[in-house]
Design a protein around this ligand. Structure first.
Ligand code: NIG
Ligand code: FE
Length: 422
């Protein structure tokens, strides 16, 4: 059958398709990139319609009027990165705290003294919606330049109904004009706000009774997350809250076992969460538990690097058979970095991933962690035409070049994004 196309890429040196069984990749499947060499790819109206060998392209693809044909000249093409965990909805910076850490203060000590997340909350509550939008756009533009075409954006620096809604509305507004795809997560349970100091149960009640229903009615978020951590929310509070969110129809995610093992990953698995994220301190028992589940283990190696903490146990999770994703955790306090190529390099150099496992974690498994595994993260017929044209002839260069993306151009929803690189 001949398919119609409005975008045809030919002479692709390596087309990293990630095609294969839909959904989570674990075990040996996590190392399979399904590369087509001397490849071609056709898309139509933003969806991939055909992949194969360049020599077969014109027998299978009919170009419609005003279509674009690109000779990739032997270069590598991969799916665009899926950054499945970021916190870019905030105002102000935390450079002063960064300087304090450089002088020996600890991240958790700064937070316990009223800094940290609460510092950003004060600034975010005072910020105008225009300022929030400018900041979000700035960081999402950088993400795009570094190859991220799908991003999860969390709220969580408002911690009251008005500011949380304003932040999520800002994300919704950007999704209308930022070229990639944005998915929104409500993280009202990121910290206990000053008004509820020492009353976390009452804050959770407020979120469940007053905030979540409003977010749901206004369709402002796709999923709900909580920071389960010593000194923030306990595993039991997290279970109660996420169960309520799930009952309301939200997807659920969890910041789990970041600094201390609080059994968070276990709760995430019990509730069927889409992902349990961070896991620097996950117990061996919970590594086995998450490995047997469909909850994605999302690792954020940039945070460990930025905070000078031990890296997450990537190899152990992979060997146990967990479906593992990697993401930036971009945020003003614990990881001020938008670069997915940096996370890929850290996953390989510090967390025991092979290059192939790291690419899987940054594409298909990231998409699965966002419930987008059916249409993001792979380059096969039916999937969204979001891809990176690399200035590389060997995909291994993606991990090899630390932090810096050798990106020539991007295609998002079947459209070249070159204008932003000029
Ligand atoms: O994922 N762990 C909780 N939240 C963020 C940090 C946020 C901040 O410091 O502003 C994280 O690391
Ligand atoms: Fe985070």
């Amino acid at each position: 059958m001949i398919v119609q196309s409005d975008l045809l890429l030919t002479n692709i040196g390596e087309l990293v398709t990630m095609a294969g069984s839909p959904g989570l990749r674990r075990g040996e499947a996590a190392g399979e990139l399904s590369i087509i060499r001397k490849a071609a790819l056709a898309s139509f109206s933003g969806k991939i319609v055909w992949t194969g060998q360049t020599r077969d392209a014109h027998d299978n693809v009919e170009l419609v009027d005003n279509s674009l044909e690109i000779n990739a000249a032997g270069r590598v093409i991969t799916p665009g990165f899926v950054d499945s965990h970021t916190h870019p909805l905030y105002a102000g910076t935390r450079q002063v705290e960064f300087a304090m850490r450089a002088m020996g203060s600890d991240y958790e000590e700064i937070a316990a003294a009223g800094g940290g997340i609460l510092n950003s909350v004060t600034r975010t509550r005072q910020a105008s919606s225009d300022d929030l939008e400018d900041n979000l756009l700035k960081h999402l533009t950088t993400m795009l330049l570094y190859g991220t075409t799908t991003v999860e954006v969390k709220s969580g620096y408002g911690l009251d109904l008005e500011t949380e809604i304003r932040c999520l509305e800002t994300a919704s507004k950007l999704s209308e004009y930022w070229p990639g795809t944005i998915t929104r997560t409500f993280l009202g349970a990121h910290e206990i706000p000053p008004e509820y100091r020492n009353r976390p149960d009452e804050y959770i009640r407020y979120l469940i009774d007053q905030v979540l229903p409003e977010i749901k009615t206004r369709e402002l978020a796709d999923s709900v997350d909580i920071f389960c951590e010593k000194g923030v929310f306990t595993a039991e509070q997290s279970r109660y809250y996420l169960q309520a969110a799930k009952t309301m129809g939200f997807g659920i995610k969890m910041h789990a076992d970041e600094f201390h093992d609080t059994d968070g990953a276990s709760v995430a698995v019990d509730l069927g969460a889409m992902s349990a994220d961070h896991l620097l301190s996950i117990s061996d028992r919970n590594i086995e538990k998450i490995a047997k589940s469909d909850t994605v283990a999302t690792l954020l190696p940039g945070t460990a690097l930025f905070l000078g903490k031990p890296f997450p146990p990537g190899r152990k999770l992979l060997d146990a058979g967990a479906a593992v994703a990697i993401a930036t955790d971009f945020n003003p306090g614990s990881c001020f970095c938008e670069s997915m190529p940096m996370m890929i390099n850290l996953a390989v150099c510090q967390c025991g991933f092979t290059i192939e496992e790291a690419v899987t974690a940054a594409t298909v498994n990231g998409a699965a962690a966002l419930g987008m595994g059916d249409y993001k993260g792979a380059l096969a017929p039916g999937m969204d035409a979001d891809m990176i044209l690399w200035d590389l002839d060997d995909y291994r260069g993606i991990a090899y070049h630390m932090a810096i993306p050798d990106i020539e151009d991007l295609i998002v929803a079947g459209q070249l994004v070159s204008s932003i690189f000029e």
